[in-house]
Design a protein around this ligand. Structure first.
Ligand code: 5CA
Ligand code: ZN
Length: 413
């Protein structure tokens, strides 16, 4: 699948000190320092393309874009892979409901997603990979799990034995009854007959009447969701045999902590014989009208709709940056007005020849981001700078500050 257009990152011309990144790790349940490396491998769970891109998606991809930008700013290279779940039950259900072909629906939504990502200045992945294009990878991954004794057949479907990973549960830290509840809410089938453990996850779903399927040595069928991300991550991130974990960052919204990320990590652990990720990073949920924003509930604010209404994509980006990435947040359209006012003032001040000192502001932006991507603190440093400039303070370099804002926060001035 083609990725999207690259986004230019202006250089920071002065040698600002970049502290090591500290970020909350769901598995460690605390903020951990990210080891300094010359190359990081980052996997971000992509959309299921049936109703893209709502502000929840935008917030999640923006979060990992900030992480990406910080790692680049410390001078590292970042290998970034993102998937597209372009075959799964919700996509087929939506296509059936609307009487459209599932492939056409996916293509349309993926195109929309790409243009939303470009508008929002989200750096593109090096590999943007659909499940449909990864059938062979998935089958190979299942085969490796099978050789390790982690697979069994139930009717014609294949299941992953969760108890084959002794660390199962160590990334999500849930009680067993919570796992069961969330598993069934998020596409799992704990009550299906013939399962060895209610939490065992589908690896390969034999073709159902009227549904698509692909030839494989396991019969005609389609991939389960968790093995899709496991196989794509392990194949496209060029895993370094010498590193202690397979990848550096496993990323997505907090709704994916369980079962999706726990399952992908467990499967990867068995395939590669080491922990999947050094850091499990999750963005909070964006809601509307008291509920999580989701395609299934239909309570969506779409980025493409806001853009069509003439709202500047940088205003949308700034509005989302007003909240810390980990906090769940109920969206209000008034946040766009606040962001617009802030951005207008910022742009006006940056257009002046004489502005308040900028080095200290850039340093605070950097240190705020280094401490668990604290964007509210970064924006408040910019607000202080606006006020100081409006009071007539001088001695700053507006070009340097606008380059830093662009490079680190992704807000093009
Ligand atoms: N295709 C799978 C991941 S492999 C999937 O979850 N697709 S999705 O379209 O439902 O979500 C895409 C990304 O947006 C995921 O990382 C998900 O965690 C995140 N996301 C979905 N809804 C919200 C929301 N309301 N707020 C924040 N992030 C969300
Ligand atoms: Zn995923």
């Amino acid at each position: 699948m083609k990725s999207w257009a690259s986004v230019a990152i202006p250089p920071l011309q002065k040698g600002f000190r970049m502290p090591p990144l500290r970020i909350f790790d769901t598995a460690a349940q605390q903020i951990s320092e990210v080891e300094i490396k010359s190359l990081y491998r980052m996997y971000v769970c992509g959309i299921t393309p049936y109703d893209a891109t709502h502000l929840g998606h935008a917030n999640t991809y923006l979060t990992f874009d900030l992480l990406h930008r910080y790692l680049l700013a410390i001078g590292a290279k970042v290998k970034f892979v993102e998937n597209i779940t372009d075959i799964d039950d919700p996509l087929l259900e939506r296509a059936n409901r609307d009487g459209v072909n599932w492939r056409d629906l996916a293509t349309l939504q993926i195109d929309l997603f790409r243009s939303d990502m470009v508008a929002l200045h989200i750096l593109p992945p090096d590999h943007y990979i659909g499940a449909v294009d990864s059938i062979n990878l998935v089958v190979n991954a299942i085969s490796t799990l099978d050789s390790a004794g982690s697979v069994y057949k139930n009717e014609n479907d294949l299941y992953f034995k969760v108890n084959s990973d002794p660390n199962f549960g160590s990334r999500s830290h849930l009680q067993h009854n919570q796992m069961l509840k969330i598993f069934s809410e998020r596409g799992g089938d704990p009550d299906r007959e013939g399962k060895q453990d209610p939490l065992d996850a589908l690896l390969w779903l034999a073709q159902r009447p009227g549904e698509p399927g692909w030839e494989s040595k396991y019969g005609i069928g389609r991939p389960g969701w968790h093995i899709e991300c496991c196989a794509i991550a392990l194949n496209y991130l060029d895993i370094d045999a010498s590193s202690a974990t397979s990848i550096d960052f496993q990323c997505g919204g907090s709704d994916l902590i369980f079962p999706h990320h726990e399952m992908s990590a467990a499967q990867s652990k068995i395939i590669n014989k080491k922990e999947f990720a050094s850091h499990y990073v999750h963005a909070g949920m964006i809601g509307l009208d008291g509920e999580k924003m989701s395609k299934s509930k239909g309570n969506l604010v779409l980025v493409s709709q806001l853009l069509l209404e003439g709202i500047d994509a940088m205003v949308i980006r700034t509005a989302l940056l007003q909240h810390h990435y980990r906090s769940d947040h109920m969206w209000h359209n008034s946040e766009l007005d606040q962001a617009r006012l802030f951005l207008d003032e910022l742009r006006l001040c940056l257009s002046r020849p004489d502005v308040a000192p900028t080095d200290i502001t850039i340093e605070v932006v950097i240190s705020s981001l280094s401490e668990d991507l604290n964007t509210p603190a970064a924006l408040s440093a910019l607000q202080n700078w606006i006020e100081a400039t409006n009071k007539g303070e001088t001695g700053g370099n507006p070009g340097e500050l606008s380059r830093a804002i662009d490079a680190l926060l992704g807000i093009a001035i």
